[in-house]
Design a protein around this ligand. Structure first.
Ligand code: 5GP
Ligand code: ZN
Length: 114
């Protein structure tokens, strides 16, 4: 068993506030939210980042995006709008090296990001 933080959440070894789950995807609230709604959507299978995804990981990547859509629908975010963020690598701000999509909503989000 690997010691990756999000793999451990997937295995229920570390508690998290889970908001959505399918056979392939888990979504849970970020422990340090930067918006009123801040959910992380992760594939259950460990992939470190989009930059390390294989050509054969297309289905997994699609499932994570569909998972983000379903989180937004179930939390009532779709009408007002929401932002999906995927950090790739240290300079982009990635700190947990298990691929995840941030779902952010509930406040006005500036563009471009700071
Ligand atoms: P990144 O910076 O890699 O794009 O995003 C990692 C996110 O994981 C951060 O927003 C951080 O707050 C969140 N995070 C770090 N540790 C934990 C944890 O133990 N539980 C939860 N739910 N979120 C975490
Ligand atoms: Zn992992």
């Amino acid at each position: 068993m690997n010691s990756c933080l999000f793999c451990r959440i997937v295995r229920r070894e570390i508690p998290a506030e889970i908001v959505h789950e399918t056979a392939d995807v888990l979504a849970f609230r970020d422990v340090r939210p930067v918006a009123p709604t801040h959910v992380l959507v992760v594939p259950k299978r460990h992939v470190a980042a989009v930059r390390e995804a294989e050509d054969t990981d297309g289905e997994l990547l699609g499932q994570v995006m569909i998972g983000a859509r379903d989180v937004a629908r179930s939390l009532g975010l779709a009408a007002g709008g929401y932002r999906l963020v995927v950090n790739n690598g240290e300079e982009a701000g990635q700190t947990v090296f298990h691929l995840h999509v941030h779902v952010l909503a509930g406040r006005s989000l500036a563009w471009p990001p700071g």
